[in-house]
Design a protein around this ligand. Structure first.
Ligand SMILES: Cc1cc2nc3c(=O)[nH]c(=O)nc-3n(C[C@H](O)[C@H](O)[C@H](O)COP(=O)(O)OP(=O)(O)OC[C@H]3O[C@@H](n4cnc5c(N)ncnc54)[C@H](O)[C@@H]3O)c2cc1C
Length: 553
């Protein structure tokens, strides 16, 4: 007797198959640049949908291992990575997934190129994006620190394409006292000549396999709070591979990101050097966080896209009630909603990449620098939430198979769930959004006007009548945000804080809608493709304005 066998979902070339990515790159890159970089993207798309994806499925049950002692009683704290991560490390260097942003072959557009590479690489490498994000952030922080000694020592390793020379970086901020309120850090830095030794406990240190870390500690005698902390550079192991006066107490047993070795550490005289000044560590590490938040957004859209790619393929293979799911109107409606959400998130994440690239190339106006300051937390918090929502729905589109581990699908949900937590939780970033609105003129309404201008720039040349309703939704959500802000300011700080999450998500979703509308108009005009118009119309009806009136609460 032969039983029914279900064909599994499959992936093609993840660059060639990605309408949204390809259409976006055609809009923002000059033809010459696109032609030059296309092969690098196609090659990574091939790997991500082919060998790497196969390796990822085969590596599913492997996890990093910590060996604390050798056979003779020596403390070694050795970390063994999984095969997938070892391959990912080599490929990341060879494909320049950090390096591309620093080689700057295409000026400000190199950041877009790099983010496109990261977007293709991320979903098949089980959050290897985590050490890459921190490596990128550390490179930028060091390069802008003016500390030539550290720049010469570390940056060439962080941005090399040679896997043998490649270093990754950790960022050690969170302590048991607080990950959001890092000003409570208890780690002490004792000065010894020109260098320092660090004493304390770090509670979440991801990718502890990294060669270096940037961390926060309080030089002895400094005041309490964030200002009294300084930013330090350290190398985790000596020339024999032994930890430098630090102990890995254990690896965290986590819901997801299980390939990432996230450790709890004791620093017991760890040698470290100041990166920039003896105070203002929290402010100085913000440069790193801007980059890791960008990576967070790119990872969010990358995981959403992976879920959809698998789900859309499966819809052609799974038959129910006499026809493939791809012919069932309600299933198609479900997928179209997820597509719209993903497409909207994509445009916001990549818009922040564009602004970041302009900033790094010194081509950003003061106004747009403030817009970038605002959109970075807004983008991170908005896309993080969308990733969890989309991953959850994607699992459901597979029915029971979506809940079964050896399909490889549950990973999508578990890994997505970290995106709203690390690099600043949704609430913490919502409060940061209020601070960002005040940057410059110290006036929340002027900050909001800056975002309104960015939305208007997207909408000004839209003329397709099918987009008219979506344009109205974007404008009305912004008007509501402005009314709420006035009212909440009048009611005072508690009202502002209480509504900050709904307000920030509304700004994020409105900006996403505006960018999606802009792209939809362009795609219709230049590619005669109405797909993005369909997504924009759908996204406009998927809850853009989430604000509840301050007085009602
Ligand atoms: C897998 C993983 C890896 C990580 N890797 C690293 C790493 O490599 N390096 C590192 O430094 N950290 C790392 N972290 C830590 C992470 O950044 C923190 O967990 C996160 O910033 C939150 O800090 P916390 O856990 O102390 O939560 P808390 O700060 O205690 O927050 C608890 C809750 O309170 C809310 N909250 C806090 N303050 C406010 C406020 N003022 N108003 C309203 N709500 C508020 C938060 O939104 C959250 O919901 C990692 C975390 C995870 C899960």
């Amino acid at each position: 007797m032969t039983f029914f066998k279900q064909a599994p979902p499959a992936l093609g070339n993840q660059y060639d198959d990605d309408r949204v990515l390809r259409s976006y790159l055609s809009r923002v890159l000059p033809v010459g640049v696109l032609n030059e970089i296309q092969e690098s993207l196609r090659e990574l798309g091939r790997l991500a949908g082919g060998e790497l994806y196969e390796l990822q499925l085969a590596d599913r049950l492997n996890e990093p291992a910590l060996t604390q002692w050798d056979a003779w009683g020596n403390r070694i704290d050795k970390i063994e990575l999984t095969p997938l991560w070892r391959v990912a490390e080599r490929l990341a260097a060879e494909h320049g997934i950090v390096a591309t942003a620093y080689e700057r072959k295409h000026g400000r557009l190199s950041r877009v190129h790099q983010c496109a590479l990261a977007y293709l690489f991320t979903p098949s490498t089980d959050i290897y994006s985590c050490p890459l994000a921190m490596t990128d952030g550390a490179a930028w922080t060091l390069l802008t620190s003016g500390n030539q000694e550290l720049i010469d020592r570390a940056v060439p390793h962080l941005i090399t394409r040679d896997p043998k020379e490649f270093w990754t970086a950790g960022q050690w901020m969170t302590e048991l006292t607080g990950g959001s309120d890092v000003g409570l850090s208890e780690t002490i830095a004792k000065q010894e000549g020109n260098s320092f030794r660090l004493y304390g406990r770090k509670w979440f240190t991801s990718a502890i396999s990294s060669q270096i870390a940037l961390t926060l500690a309080r030089p002895e005698g400094n005041p309490a709070g964030g200002r009294g902390l300084a930013l330090f550079y350290l190398e985790t192991r000596d020339e024999h591979g032994r930890p430098r006066n630090l102990q890995i107490n254990r690896l965290k047993d986590k819901l997801g990101t299980r390939k990432v070795p996230t450790a709890e550490l004791t620093l017991d005289g760890t040698p470290a050097r100041l990166v920039k000044g003896t105070t203002d560590g929290v402010r100085n590490i913000a440069l790193l966080l801007n980059i890791t938040r960008l990576w967070n957004g790119i990872s969010a859209v990358a995981l959403m896209r992976r879920g959809l790619a698998l789900s859309m393929d499966y819809a052609h293979k799974r038959v129910a009630f006499g026809a493939p799911l791809s012919e069932k109107p309600l299933h198609l409606d479900t997928l179209a909603t997820l597509q719209a959400e993903t497409e909207a998130a994509f445009h916001l994440a990549f818009y922040v990449a564009e602004l970041t690239g302009q900033s790094e190339a010194g081509e950003l106006s003061e106004e747009d620098a403030r817009l970038l300051r605002l959109l970075t937390p807004v983008m991170k918090l908005t896309t993080g939430k969308q990733a969890v929502l989309v991953a959850s729905e994607v699992l459901e589109t597979f029915g029971g198979a979506g809940y079964v581990e050896d399909t490889g699908l549950p990973l999508l949900l578990r890994d997505s769930q970290v995106l709203p937590i690390w690099e600043g939780t949704t609430n913490v970033l919502a409060l940061d959004t209020l601070r960002a609105l005040q940057s410059g003129e110290n006036d929340l309404k002027l900050g909001l006007a800056r975002l309104s201008l960015a939305v208007s720039r997207c909408l000004e040349s839209v003329h397709n009548p099918r987009l008219a309703d979506a344009v109205r939704v974007a404008r009305s959500a912004l008007d509501h945000a402005a009314t709420w802000l006035t009212e909440a300011e009048r009611l005072g700080q508690p009202a502002l804080e209480a509504g900050a999450r709904r307000f920030s998500l509304t700004l994020g979703r409105t900006m996403e809608l505006a960018l999606l509308i802009q792209h939809a108009q362009w795609s219709q005009d230049h590619e005669h493709d109405p797909s993005s118009i369909t997504s924009a119309r759908r996204f406009a009806t998927s809850g853009v304005d989430l604000i509840a009136d301050a007085a009602l609460l």
